[in-house]
Ligand binder design. Structure first.
Ligand code: 7TS
Length: 421
């Protein structure tokens, strides 16, 4: 599934050239905006992505024509809202290739998906047990496990990274053992772009009987996904990083595991019956969906799944790989620039430092040129610590970015170098 960042073959170039990026860009109204007299070069896709008209229309249509609560009203607005909400679940199931819609829980995003598992999993953790993560995790795949460990006396173990920003697989395997109760890792690192060899990591965990949670926040917009082939127990995604709305995401969980885990939030819709003496819970996936959900957002997420499927996820991945190769070469030629994260398998993230210039200054100068990047620790402070730097500047690519935008990025960085010399 991972795509090599080097050695792009002729077939890939042919596929990439068949990809009409200008047509794709026309689907995204925000990209028509100018900043400082230039069209915005939006290179902050790892933080959030822009939305195609089809997603915006789905939100507007819901609020204009179908607004109602779900799973309760007998009137037809309620029926329409429920139908669309559940249709979106089917789209996410297809997007992830899950076996059943019972395995798709709607949540606020990846953060909430991970918190759901970490919280529910407390019932299975005791003093001396271990939770294994890696050194490249986003804070949202660290802190929920720290909270679970604090509450239960379990210990958090961390597999280290090498100089390129790859997980040391031997160390990872060595840390898996009879005490390990669950392991959680990112499919793709937001700070470095590393694509983890998750198939191998899942196999290694399963060989020890350890269930796996994959943080798919950065993979969902970039790679075709198949949770059944991966065989992971849990996979978490965020709508807003895959061209869908904010405040909505999904947690895939194997039915067996979702049945096993207790609910983590109580409220309406997650119950079958309630008395003061005893409450019984609703069937899957509703057991984990307490309260009125983000109905419009869910429908918008379904529209984003449709959009990515129609464009072709394999084609998107190939196109972005050609962009990454182009951008990497350009940036490596900028004087004083050091790339942070040089894994053999990478997705479209260019994280770097510039000698003698603070990343925030780099970001501010680029903004004045209409180039939007992120500067900071990217909610992955342990990654920064590993490379002994406080922050990086990060350009992260999406399916609508172009070589011309990367040219503008590189020209801007040369300008930064001259300004701060
Ligand atoms: N996991 C990874 C790998 C992420 O990149 C992010 C967000 C999250 C989890 C959390 O996702 P959320 O949708 O629940 O917030 N990453 C970033 C980023 O790189 N810049 O801003 C948010």
């Amino acid at each position: 599934m991972a795509i090599a960042s080097s050695g792009i073959g002729t077939a890939d170039i042919e596929t990439a050239s068949a990809y009409d990026v200008e047509r794709v860009r026309a689907d995204f109204p925000l990209l028509r905006q100018t900043i400082e007299g230039q069209p915005v070069a939006y290179l902050d896709n790892a933080a959030t992505t822009q939305k195609p008209q089809a997603v915006i229309d789905a939100l507007v249509r819901f609020y204009t024509e179908d607004c109602s609560n779900i799973h309760r009203s007998v009137h037809r607005l309620g029926e329409r809202a429920t139908e669309q909400y559940e249709a979106a679940r089917g789209k996410v199931r297809t997007f992830l290739n899950a076996a059943s819609e019972r395995e798709i829980v709607f949540v606020r995003g990846t953060t909430e998906g991970i918190n759901l598992v970490a919280q529910s999993f407390r019932s299975r953790l005791a003093a001396g047990d271990e939770v294994l993560i890696t050194g490249l995790e986003h804070h949202s795949n660290i802190v929920p496990w720290q909270l679970a460990c604090e509450a239960t006396g379990a210990n958090l173990k961390v597999a280290p990274l090498n100089e390129k920003g790859e997980v040391d697989l031997d160390a990872y395997r060595g840390l898996l053992g009879s005490r390990t109760k669950i392991t959680a890792f990112a499919h793709i690192s937001n700070a470095l772009g590393t694509v983890n060899p998750i198939e191998e990591m899942i196999r290694a965990a399963h060989a020890q009987g350890v269930p796996v949670l994959v943080d798919g926040a950065q993979a969902a917009p970039h790679l075709p996904l198949d949770v059944r082939a991966l065989d992971c127990e849990f996979y978490a995604i965020s709508g807003h990083k895959m061209y869908g709305p904010t405040g909505i995401g999904a947690l895939y969980g194997k039915e067996k595991w979702l049945e096993r885990l207790p609910p983590w939030q109580g409220g309406g819709d997650m119950i079958r019956s309630v008395t003061f003496e005893k409450t019984t819970y609703n069937e899957l996936p509703y057991k984990f969906e307490a309260g009125t959900p983000n109905i419009a957002g869910t429908i918008g997420l379904g529209a984003a799944c449709d959009y990515l499927q129609a464009l072709g996820r394999e084609r998107i991945a190939r196109y972005e790989q050609t962009l990454l190769a182009y951008g990497t070469e350009l940036l490596c030629g900028v004087p004083g620039l050091r790339m942070v994260g040089t894994a053999a398998e990478k997705a479209g993230v260019l994280s770097f430092t510039m000698a003698g210039v603070h990343p925030h200054d780099v970001g501010t100068v680029l903004d004045s040129l209409g180039v939007a990047v992120r500067a900071g620790h990217h909610c992955a402070q342990p990654v920064m610590d590993r490379f002994a730097i406080p922050a990086t500047t990060r350009a992260s690519l999406g399916l609508y970015n172009t070589r011309a935008e990367l040219d503008r990025l590189a020209a801007g960085l040369r300008r930064v170098g001259e300004m701060f010399r």
